[in-house]
Design a protein around this ligand. Structure first.
Ligand SMILES: Cc1cc2nc3c(=O)[nH]c(=O)nc-3n(C[C@H](O)[C@H](O)[C@H](O)COP(=O)(O)OP(=O)(O)OC[C@H]3O[C@@H](n4cnc5c(N)ncnc54)[C@H](O)[C@@H]3O)c2cc1C
Length: 387
């Protein structure tokens, strides 16, 4: 198993790259066709210890920083693979490590690190509230030594492939709290014994293969011992997870963007039309060069955000900006790559079309571009709030 002692960023890149080489385009194409989960790939990453990168060594993980986790996810995407199947285990760590009790960490983290317990589901979104998280309707009502959860979550990815879900629910009605962000709590819900009883999971068919679902809770009893952090403080606790998530998603987008730029420039140098490589035409070169520059600029912002997070400094603005810039860069690079490959881009055999569909998600989730622009306009630049 890999540990922090053999983990320079270059070594991580090399190790993850060679693991990914065993999962070529044909593997992902077959899964995409069947809409199946990449179980073997996720197991290989778990066995190699990469998914436990952020778990401290004393709890069985590699004890690495967010930057290292970014290198892992970026390399997966750049190799043509898809980390969407397993990235949640990393981004939920911000909440668990910073707000979980010592007892919770001792109980859960070693099992997550060794792979006997999967924490791949993050339950925030609901059908009726959209991006306004303070209006979630899922409730958790205290009953003795447990909370009883009722409600519906939507777009909960990997719920069918996870033992645990990090769940945000209202413990005090919105009307009874001073600030709308108060009164929500975070729980680690063990789904294993509840599916088919108090928990129902319904897959949602999507543009790309993403194992996303609707999840219904009908009186699920969650031990009070599984509440992470203070009651009513959940919104603030998940923000730590969300900032990490935004930086990690930025890293994935940068990996995608580099994949597209490499595919496009490689193809442009080889493809002969009118007796010369298409890449000799500046009309083909310039958009690829532009996509490259935008990718590298986004990578600098992501690195800055990761450093701030690792130093436990405020990083909300940088995490949001990194996610925005990286998602825009990967989408642009994806489009440029499609254009460069011409008709061949549309053949599934080239994998570019699959990656094109996959990377589109990140302009919407986990937070859409407009909401980031609004955050920057109001929180960073001090303009009046529009909502
Ligand atoms: C494939 C997939 C996987 C997902 N996985 C998960 C998961 O595992 N866990 C989870 O909790 N969630 C998940 N999500 C949900 C995702 O985080 C949300 O879809 C995303 O945050 C956007 O929320 P919404 O869909 O409710 O859009 P809405 O909030 O309904 O917004 C719709 C559009 O309106 C815009 N908009 C809304 N309000 C404003 C405003 N005031 N000003 C300007 N524009 C505005 C938005 O930018 C967006 O473009 C997933 C989503 C998808 C599609």
């Amino acid at each position: 198993m890999f540990s922090r002692h053999d983990a320079s960023y270059d070594q991580i890149r090399e190790g993850v790259g060679s693991l990914c080489a065993a999962y070529p385009g044909t593997y992902w194409r077959d899964l995409d066709r069947e809409r199946a989960y990449p179980t073997e790939f996720v197991e290989a990453l778990t066995d190699a210890g990469y998914l436990a990168a952020l778990i401290p060594e004393e709890y069985g993980g590699a004890g690495l920083d967010l930057k290292a986790a970014c290198v892992i996810l970026e390399t997966i995407q750049r190799s043509g693979c898809n980390a969407g199947a397993c990235h949640a285990q990393m981004y939920t760590m911000g909440t668990l490590l910073r707000h979980g009790s010592e007892e919770q960490k001792r109980h859960f983290l070693p099992r997550i690190a060794e792979g006997s317990l999967r924490l791949q589901a993050f339950g925030v979104s609901e059908p009726t509230c959209g991006t306004d998280t303070t209006r979630i309707r899922t409730t958790a009502v205290r009953d003795g030594d447990a909370y009883v959860v009722k409600g519906q979550k939507t777009w909960i990815s990997r719920a069918e492939h996870s033992d645990l879900m990090l769940l945000l629910a209202r413990t005090t009605p919105r009307d009874d709290v001073e600030k709308s962000t108060d009164g929500m709590s975070v729980f680690l819900v063990d789904l294993r014994d509840e599916i088919g009883k108090t928990v129902t999971i319904r897959p949602i068919e999507t543009l790309m293969n993403h194992s996303t679902t609707e999840v219904f809770f009908d009186g699920t009893r969650v031990p009070a011992a599984n509440r992470i952090g203070g009651e009513g403080q959940g919104f603030w606790h998940i923000l730590d997870g969300m900032n990490a998530e935004r930086v990690l998603i930025a890293a994935e987008c940068i990996g995608d963007a580099r994949y597209f730029v490499e595919r496009a420039s490689g193809y442009a140098a080889e493809r002969q039309v009118f007796d010369r490589p298409i890449g000799q035409n500046q009309g083909v070169q310039f958009p690829i060069a532009e996509a490259h520059m935008e990718t590298e600029a986004a990578a600098l912002m992501a690195e800055k955000a990761a450093s701030l997070f690792d130093d436990a400094k405020p990083c909300g603005a940088e995490a949001n900006m990194a996610k925005y810039l990286a998602a825009e860069a990967s989408w642009k690079a994806a489009d440029v790559c499609m254009q460069t490959l011409g008709g061949f881009a549309f053949s599934t055999e080239y994998d570019v079309a699959r990656k094109f569909r996959e990377t589109r998600l990140y302009r919407v989730a986990p937070i859409s571009t407009n909401l980031i622009l609004s955050h920057v306009a109001t929180h960073v630049l001090g303009m009046p709030k529009s909502f």
